[in-house]
Design a protein around this ligand. Sequence first.
Ligand SMILES: Nc1ncnc2c1ncn2[C@@H]1O[C@H](COP(=O)(O)OP(=O)(O)OP(=O)(O)O)[C@@H](O)[C@H]1O
Ligand SMILES: [Mg+2]
Length: 260
Amino acid sequence: MVDQPIFTLNNVCYAYKGGIPGLMDITFQVRQGECWAILGANGSGKSTLLKLLDGLYFATQGALLAFGQELSETALNNDAVNYAFRRRVGFVFQDADVQLFSPSVKDEVAFAPLQLGLPDEEVTKRINESLEALEISKLAERPPHHLSGGEKKRVALASVLSLRPEVWLLDEPTAGLDPRSQSRLVQFIRQRHAASETIVIATHDLSIIEQVATHCLILDENHHIAAIGQPAEILADHRMLHACNLIHEHTPAGATDRQF
Ligand SMILES: Nc1ncnc2c1ncn2[C@@H]1O[C@H](COP(=O)(O)OP(=O)(O)OP(=O)(O)O)[C@@H](O)[C@H]1O
Ligand SMILES: [Mg+2]
């Protein structure tokens, strides 16, 4: 089906062991080519939501569909379903250290195309393209665990780019990046968006909303949806942003173009 949603969440709740709430009653839909910014204070549930979308956690209540199929543990236990899903969805973790495991940056970026069983020529092409896109070609032979935080983030992005996913899940992609790297990342996200790829970004960075998002979802500190809307209307709602601990009490009007 052409206009089938990428993700459909109906009243999704997630509780960690011991009943610790991670997300409460989340209902929304992500369609192809949309760029969603998920905003919320620390602990509101942004990373939990991305992990649910990536099939790393499973809803404890409610239903989550990906590409029209229920994204359940049982479904992903089927190797073919799991492979097809992993092929389409790429996840860049909040903490790059969790993601990077190869002895060199080049090996890290080669991992996905090798897993896909692509011919050597295509693997080499994807490695080079991904390294160039993130401007990390000079780091190719370095061990990822010896890189700076921002460099690691770019390696993590390159390793997902080499998969060429249709859907990108980016957890705090601008955190810890210097201004030039942040601008490059925004450019990178725009390019993915221009290529009709679907993007879901968890962030505290309000500036990223105006620059890249087509839709915003705000989580409150009780893990519920506080608002869903277009970037301009969300950014104009200072009362809601303050109630959700996303801006300071005395933030002047028009000042939400900074990172808080
Ligand atoms: N492994 C875990 N076990 C128990 N509770 C957890 C676990 N991971 C997260 N939580 C809890 O779930 C809630 C949501 O956490 P989550 O990491 O999704 O927040 P977040 O919005 O990504 O925060 P941050 O802005 O700090 O990254 C928090 O209350 C947190 O304490
Ligand atoms: Mg998080």
